[in-house]
Design a protein around this ligand. Structure first.
Ligand code: MN
Ligand code: MN
Length: 467
C-alpha cells in the first residue's frame, strides 16, 4: 500500500482569494456590488420588500395567484410583511421532501417604546425612549448616527411607512458623557453593559412649540402630524426601529470586506435569494425561507416556530394534487433537508484568545459549516447527524464550493443559537452553514466578499442536490 502524503491526510485551510479562477473573480465583484445594494434594507419589512422586488424581477409569482403547480414554477409567499419564502417547484412530489435554506430577516437594533416621546423640561431637550432588540452591546449604540424606520398604523387603519434619516438630512443620536465628566458615573462601571438600558435615550428635538406644558414634545408631534398624520396614540400601533444611519460600504484598501448594518443575517438572506434565483428545474422543491424574530428567541407568528411553513407545505401539496392531508404534510417535513443559514463568528485576531483556533471559522476561507452553535454543555446545539454532514461534504466538494468547518468560539466563552433546532424538531435533517463574520451584532458588521460568493455557490449546490 502506498504511503499517503500529508496533503491527502490533513485538512488544508486556504484563503479563497488565492485559488479563485478568473471567471469567479468577476462573480465575486458582482456579488459584492449586489450585496451593498441589498443592505440598504434595514428593517425586516424592508428586507422582505427587497426580496420580493428581486424575486418578481426573476419571474417569481405570488403563490396566491396560482392554483396548480408544475416543475420549474417560481413562487413567493409572504407572512405579515416580515417573513418571505421563495419557492422553485421540483420534479418530484412535495411529500418526498423539500430542500430548505432558512435565514433570518431581523437584526439587533433599538426599538421605540410604545410611548417613546419624553421631554426633559430642565434641559429643554426631547428624547425618544428605546428598548433594545436582540443582543446588543449598549455602549456601541451611543454617539453614532441613527435613523428611524418602520410603520405606523393610524386610528383610521391607514398604514404609514416612515424612513427618517439621510434623505431628510436628519439623524438621531444617543448623547454620551464627555470625557471631562465621566470619571465617577462611567469610569467606575464595567465595559458591559457600560451604558444601562434605560440610558439608551435618543435625542430627537429641541425647539419648543409654544409656552404650553411639554412644548418640545408637542412640537415633535406637530411635525409628525403635519407630515404623516400621526398623533401620540398612534405610537401604540407602530413598529419603529432606530438603526445605524451609515451606508453599506467596502472595508479596507483592497475592498475585500463589506461593512454594513444588519449583515447578521441579511447576508444569508441575500445569498439564499441569489442561490434560488439561479435554479433551473430542481429535482426536489426548493425553498429559500427568510424568517423573523430569530434574535429574540423565535417565539412569534413571524418566526421559524410559526405554522407558516406547515401551511405553505399544505398549500403546495394541495396545488400539486388537489387535496392535502396531514400525513402528507408530515411526510414532506420529515423527508426535508435544511440548511440553517446564519453567520458565524470568524476569528478576530485582536481577541484571538476567545476562539478555538483549530475549530474556528476564518474570514475569506469560504462558507462555514458547523455542528453548533451552542454554549455550555452544547446547549442549544442542533448537532447535525454525521450522515447528513457527510452528504453536505460531498455536495460542497463536488460543486467545488470553498467551505470550512468550525464552531462559535472557545468553550465557556459564551455562545449563541440559530433557527436550526426549530427545524430539527420538525424531523428534517438540518445543518448550520453561513458566512463568517467579524464584529457580529455591532452597529456595523463585517464579512468577506469571497465568503458571500461561496455561500451563494454552496446554497445553490444544496438546492440542486437530489437527496
Ligand atoms: Mn443570526
Ligand atoms: Mn444574531
Amino acid at each position: 500500500m502506498a504511503k499517503k502524503r500529508k496533503k491527502d491526510l490533513e485538512i488544508k485551510r486556504e484563503n479563497v482569494w488565492l485559488k479563485l479562477k478568473k471567471d469567479d473573480l468577476k462573480k465575486v465583484e458582482i456579488t459584492g456590488e449586489k450585496l451593498l445594494n441589498f443592505m440598504e434594507a434595514k428593517t425586516e419589512r424592508e428586507v422582505v420588500a427587497k426580496v420580493k422586488e428581486l424575486a418578481i424581477k426573476q419571474g417569481f409569482v405570488d403563490i396566491n395567484r396560482v392554483s396548480k403547480i408544475k416543475p420549474g414554477m417560481k413562487l413567493f409567499a409572504v407572512n405579515r410583511e416580515k417573513t418571505i419564502a421563495l419557492i422553485v417547484v421540483g420534479r418530484r412530489r412535495i411529500s418526498e421532501g423539500l430542500n430548505l435554506v432558512v435565514s433570518h430577516t431581523d437584526a439587533p437594533r433599538l426599538d421605540l417604546k410604545q410611548m417613546p416621546l419624553v421631554e426633559d423640561s430642565g434641559s429643554e431637550l426631547c428624547f425618544l425612549d428605546t428598548h433594545y432588540y436582540g443582543g446588543i452591546k449598549n455602549y456601541q449604540w451611543v454617539s453614532i448616527p441613527l435613523e428611524l424606520r418602520g410603520v405606523f398604523v393610524l386610528e383610521s387603519g391607514k398604514k404609514v411607512e416612515v424612513s427618517i434619516g439621510e434623505k431628510e438630512g436628519i439623524f438621531f443620536m444617543i448623547p454620551d458623557l464627555p470625557p471631562h465628566l465621566d470619571d465617577n458615573v462611567q469610569g467606575k462601571r464595567k465595559l458591559l453593559p457600560g451604558i444601562k438600558g434605560e440610558e439608551l435615550n435618543v435625542l430627537a428635538g429641541s425647539i419648543p412649540h409654544d409656552t404650553e406644558k411639554s412644548p418640545l414634545k408637542l412640537n415633535v408631534l406637530r411635525i409628525l402630524n403635519q407630515k404623516y398624520g400621526i398623533t401620540e396614540e398612534d405610537f401604540v400601533s407602530a413598529e419603529l426601529e432606530l438603526v445605524p444611519a451609515w451606508k453599506p460600504a467596502y472595508l479596507g484598501f483592497d475592498k475585500g470586506l463589506i461593512a454594513a448594518y444588519g449583515l447578521d443575517d441579511r447576508v444569508c438572506v441575500f445569498a439564499s435569494v441569489e442561490a434560488i434565483s439561479g435554479l433551473k428545474v430542481p429535482d426536489r422543491t426548493c425553498i429559500a425561507y427568510a424568517v423573523d424574530k430569530e434574535e429574540i428567541g423565535s417565539d412569534t407568528n413571524t418566526s421559524v416556530t410559526s405554522m407558516f411553513l406547515e401551511n405553505l407545505v399544505r398549500k403546495l401539496i394541495q396545488m400539486e394534487k388537489g387535496h392535502a392531508g396531514y400525513v402528507e404534510v408530515l411526510d414532506a417535513l420529515l423527508s426535508s433537508k435544511a440548511v440553517s443559514a446564519d453567520v458565524k463568528p470568524g476569528v478576530d485576531p485582536i481577541y484571538k484568545g476567545v476562539y478555538d483556533a483549530t475549530n474556528a471559522v476564518y474570514v475569506n476561507h469560504g462558507m462555514g459549516l458547523t455542528r453548533g452553535p451552542y454554549h455550555g454543555g452544547k446547549k442549544g446545539a442542533n448537532e447535525a447527524n454525521a450522515e447528513f454532514l457527510h452528504q453536505m461534504r460531498v455536495i460542497l466538494d463536488n460543486a467545488k464550493v470553498p467551505w470550512q468547518f468550525g464552531n462559535s468560539g472557545r468553550m465557556d466563552e459564551g455562545g449563541g443559537g440559530t433557527v436550526a433546532r426549530y427545524l430539527a424538531t420538525r424531523g428534517m435533517e438540518v445543518v448550520d452553514a453561513g458566512v463568517p463574520m467579524i464584529a457580529m451584532h455591532a452597529p456595523v458588521e463585517i464579512v468577506g466578499k469571497v465568503d458571500v460568493f461561496s455561500a451563494v455557490k454552496g446554497f445553490r449546490a444544496f438546492f440542486e442536490y437530489p437527496f
